[in-house]
Design a protein around this ligand. Sequence first.
Ligand SMILES: [Zn+2]
Length: 169
Amino acid sequence: MKTKKSIVKGEWIKFSKSKIHSNGGFAAKNIPKNTRIIEYVGNLITKKEAEKIADREIARHKRNSKNGAVYLFDLNKKYDIDGNVSWNPAKNINHSCNPNAEFDVKEGRVWIVAIKNIKKGEEITYDYGYDIENWQDHSCKCGSKNCVGYIIGQEDWDKFKEMGHKSEK
Ligand SMILES: [Zn+2]
């Protein structure tokens, strides 16, 4: 089952090579705070299917010792979105420890929304919100002053620091 394709694609955001990781999303023009920049679309899957995908991805990345990329979004109690599909350009948006956007789940749809005024050409980033389990799998190269070195949701930063980690810079 597919979610609806994004209709705002390409309006606020364009995709090109990023210093953070692979391709990233960049502001195509000045974006005011609270703008819905793009919809995060994908296949609707059950929580069970999502668990399987996550386990498989983690195992695969351990073998390759590469940075992992998991594209699962918690939609509601029953379903997740698996955004790892060619028709979801929003999957290219990178994580940052100092993001200028966030994801917002409303009525079964996921949006990437600006939390600051974003200038034309700036890279658009949001907090992936990964939990602290398997933190070693995802190193962060966002370059922010407050970067903790790994892709970990800010909710878990205190826990991470209690474990004896400091910000890299
Ligand atoms: Zn970072």
